[in-house]
Design a protein around this ligand. Structure first.
Ligand code: ZN
Length: 239
């Protein structure tokens, strides 16, 4: 398996008061982020380029040393220990919910927690292949762009809202959660949707996403705003 962007350099500005009180130095830290799939690597690059919130999370990962891997469920499940591979229970969690015909989220975050609730490692599993099948099911024109934008929005949610909330403190007490499943709550009550919408508007502005490519606001936990949801609606087994 090819690994993309093995480690991402993040420049963190650290002002150090020197003897003269005016010395400023820049420290270079590394965020350990592995992306195991090319379409996800492209989406992650666009996310960091377009969203100041996402860039901040990358800086937080560098500062705290929390390692993260992003990839398709099967790729992450197969990662060797030396490259941040999951333990058996974590592997089961990464592979859960990817049965065909399910209308569950095609993405999930899995954390390794220490006994005291400290986050030791994080994985973001995205079922890119299932999303691509859905994009191509209805109309295949511009399927690649629609998939790119869905992966971008997916990472806005999983990387910035979920991983981002614990990136610096590594404490589950800070976790930014989803609204309860099936609960169409107003976004004011849902941390993850609030953050996702902020990132969506950052991306629209910075990447010039307008017209049909503009990422719409999401005000509930259903996937109506995702391109792949149109493919879902056309699946007979989903009815
Ligand atoms: Zn979520």
């Amino acid at each position: 398996m090819k690994l993309f962007s093995l480690c991402l350099a993040v420049a963190l500005a650290a002002t150090v008061e020197g003897a003269a009180g005016q010395e400023a130095t820049r420290r270079l830290d590394l965020a350990e982020v592995r992306v195991t799939e090319s379409r996800l690597a492209r989406a992650f690059g666009r996310l960091i380029d377009g969203s100041p919130s996402a860039a901040r999370v990358l800086g937080d990962l560098a500062a705290s040393g929390l390692p993260l891997a992003i990839g398709r469920p099967a790729d992450l499940a197969a990662l060797p220990d030396a490259e941040g591979g999951p333990a058996p229970l974590e592997r089961t969690a990464l592979l859960a919910g990817s049965e065909p015909g399910r209308r569950e989220s095609p993405a999930r975050v899995v954390f390794r927690l220490a006994y005291d609730g400290t986050v030791e490692r994080a994985w973001i599993a995205v079922d890119v292949d299932a999303m691509e099948r859905l994009e191509r099911r209805g109309r295949s024109d511009e399927a690649r762009e629609r998939l790119d934008d869905d992966l971008l929005a997916t990472l806005a949610h999983e990387f910035v809202a979920h991983v981002g909330s614990v990136a610096l403190t590594r404490s589950m007490a800070d976790f930014c959660d989803d609204p309860p499943v099936g609960h169409h709550t107003h976004e004011a009550f849902a941390c993850s949707l609030r953050v996702e919408n902020r990132v969506r508007s950052e991306l629209n502005r910075a990447l010039g996403l307008t017209g049909p490519r503009r990422l719409p606001r999401r005000d509930n936990y259903s996937f109506d705003v995702m391109n792949f949801s149109r493919g879902w609606a056309e699946r007979p087994e989903a009815r």
